[in-house]
Design a binder for this molecule. Sequence first.
Ligand code: IPM
Ligand code: MG
Length: 355
Amino acid sequence: MKIAVLPGDGIGPEIMAEAVKVLNALGEKFELEEAPVGGAGYEASGHPLPEATLQLAKEADAILFGAVGDWKYDKLERALRPEQAILGLRKHLQLFANFRPAICYPQLTGASSLKPEIVSGLDILIVRELNGDIYFGAPRGLRDAPDGLFQGAKEGFDTMRYSEPEVRRIAHVAFQAAQKRQKKLTSVDKANVLETSQLWRDTMIDVAKEYADVELSHMYVDNAAMQLVKAPKAFDVVVTGNMFGDILSDEAAMLTGSIGMLPSASLDKNNKGLYEPSHGSAPDIAGKGVANPLATILSAAMMLRYSLGKTEQADRIESAVKKVLEQGFRTGDIATADGVVVGTKEIGDAVVKAL
Ligand code: IPM
Ligand code: MG
């Protein structure tokens, strides 16, 4: 099994080193091949997603991705910025189904900014559509406003678009995910204002006919943002578009105490996938050895489960992470009164030991 290892920028290489260490400790024969991506790709060959990196990602059975981005690339034209690497991989490989679980580990309820009774035992899954919406909709651009109150003024424009088949395929993924959980699916949209959302809602209702065992409800995105902090445990699976999902998944992540704990999977229709922590490249702490590698390690576990069919090894990694938390190991982002703060390598070593 070939795994493309793309560490990226900022804390990417540090957290990836720990995930690779954990994978190597499983005693399986994986072929791991590393390639530069993001700012590192730009430095290596003038593009955030170098041709060779894309090729490797296409060939591999799965992709393990660190994080991309650094302030020093903010002035580059958009097409050359590190973020284009992840957007390009999602688009080129048609990774349309993004799974972002938000689980509050019992040892970390104290690390959440919410009251413990609101978040303890939290286990929700956000299914975010990843190939469409305003992220990729054409036309887009900068121009002189052709009409309106400020005609002639400089304006930026983007297009929010969803086709019915696009909504349908993510709907199926979300319903099937709900079937494996509490069988409650909340579809989040803005159907009171947007046409794309109306189509989204109508399509969800139509697909629901094939999943009589799943309870479908609908929620406007503003209300969903509020309910997520008011009563997050009322949710089971949330399905939403690319833009709303970007925002809500960060919000959901923070309920758990730290975005540093949350893995994610982006899958195509054959369950080939890219696995990455839900957090970014954190350039402010890069190279200091303090970043939390657990989200990347848990992403490797998701990869074993969803793309490589190694459920038992995935379980082993997840149990090892739980054990390390029980033992009181913490990185700074998940520091709690009863734990001891260690560095990136130390917590990675603790996971290997627990394995
Ligand atoms: C995410 C990130 C990306 C996104 C950025 C880096 C392009 O925020 O994966 O949530 O907006 O999708
Ligand atoms: Mg985001």
